[in-house]
Design a protein around this ligand. Structure first.
Ligand SMILES: [Zn+2]
Ligand SMILES: [Zn+2]
Length: 349
């Protein structure tokens, strides 16, 4: 698909079952989070007109499974670097490394927590959840050009299930993945509060309050256009409010309606987690931000990470639109909803 100059945001999925967004400038394309299987990510990119073989990097906000489920397989499949903070990378590696030193009591505790989480369909999995989807993904997922280019061996389709027998060139990667399930073609570290660049894309990561090792939101800037992602946060501290100034496209969490969550199906402990200062933003908190702190300058506000059990899309939209009030015009502050089941049409500025 041909795009005009500028920037583009394509939300491939948003919610507790998986998050992923393409951010593109004139010359650079990155994927923020890879929370669906590799196969599904490639399928959605194709539907949305995004060429996966032209991605330059994957950036990770935090290590919860709904943000990293397809990460290892996709990164190895495309042979591209993955950007993390160091604590997030470490937490992710721990998740993929089999635990051999668990005490029985700890194991039992984990099993119970898992059972509870499963029963409640928790909005965002705990970092300790051992369920990582890598094994579910068949060796060759999707079909971006894997024939050659930088990355060499890493571009060979790789699974963990030995489906590559008979492909001798895959052997080195297979062996590496067997020895190290967290093997990636390349890892780059960034730090919250420190700008960095990939190609012509300027990136400013900022710390968000959430129950993960070192969670971040991002502001992306290129050619004078600024796009931001802020989901998975319990509240909006001053550093986040400051980061979200002068944004043209803002993907902001609107996770739950307070009343629906209170009366909803989650166990009390999970409700407490979602409501906590390191949980998720409610429609009400997001509305308060839009009314009081937001500078009104965005062309689009995209509401994301909507809970399927404790929210209704129209309720989230109406609550945000009311808060924006008469600043909503044909050219400004249009409210869109990023959904779980299908990609949102590309937003081009
Ligand atoms: Zn999440
Ligand atoms: Zn999370």
């Amino acid at each position: 698909m041909a795009y005009l100059k500028g920037m583009r945001m394509t939300v491939l999925a948003s919610g507790s079952k998986g998050n992923s967004t393409v951010i593109a400038s004139d010359r650079t394309r990155v994927l923020v989070d890879a929370g669906l299987s590799c196969r599904e990510l490639l399928r959605r990119m194709e539907i949305a007109g995004e060429d996966a073989s032209r991605l330059d990097a994957i950036l990770i906000t935090h290590e919860h499974v709904d943000h990293v489920a397809g990460l290892a397989v996709l990164a190895r499949r495309l042979g591209i670097p993955v950007y993390f903070t160091e604590p997030t990378h470490r937490a992710w590696v721990r998740m993929l490394t089999p635990r051999t030193t668990l005490t029985y009591a700890k194991w039992l505790e984990l099993r119970q927590a898992e059972k509870q989480a499963k029963a409640a369909a928790v909005p965002c999995y705990e970092p300790t959840a051992p369920a990582v989807e890598m094994e579910d993904v068949p060796a060759a997922c999707g079909e971006p050009d894997a024939s050659e280019g930088a990355g060499g061996e890493a571009q060979v389709p790789v699974g963990l299930d030995g489906e590559l027998d008979g492909l001798p060139e895959a052997e080195p990667v297979r062996a590496r993945v067997k020895a190290d399930p967290a093997y990636l073609p390349a890892v780059e570290y960034f730090r919250a509060g420190h700008r960095f660049a990939i190609g012509d894309l300027e990136i400013c990561p900022f710390t968000i309050p959430h129950d993960a090792a070192d969670p971040c939101g991002f502001v992306f800037e290129s050619g004078g256009i600024r796009m931001a992602l802020a989901t998975d946060l319990g509240y909006l501290p001053p550093n986040v409010k400051a980061a979200l100034k002068r944004i043209d496209v803002l993907l902001l969490e609107s996770n739950h309606d307070l009343e629906m969550l209170r009366d909803g199906p989650y166990p009390w402990s999970v409700k407490q987690r979602v409501l906590s200062r390191v949980g998720h933003l409610s429609n009400e908190t997001t509305a308060e931000f839009l009314q009081r702190d937001y500078d009104g300058g965005a062309a689009y506000i995209v509401l994301g990470h909507l809970s399927e059990s404790n929210n209704a899309p129209e309720l989230a939209r109406i609550t945000a639109e009311r808060a924006i009030g008469d600043r909503m015009t044909l050219l400004g502050n249009r409210v869109l909803l990023a959904m779980q089941a299908e990609p949102l049409a590309a937003i081009q500025l």
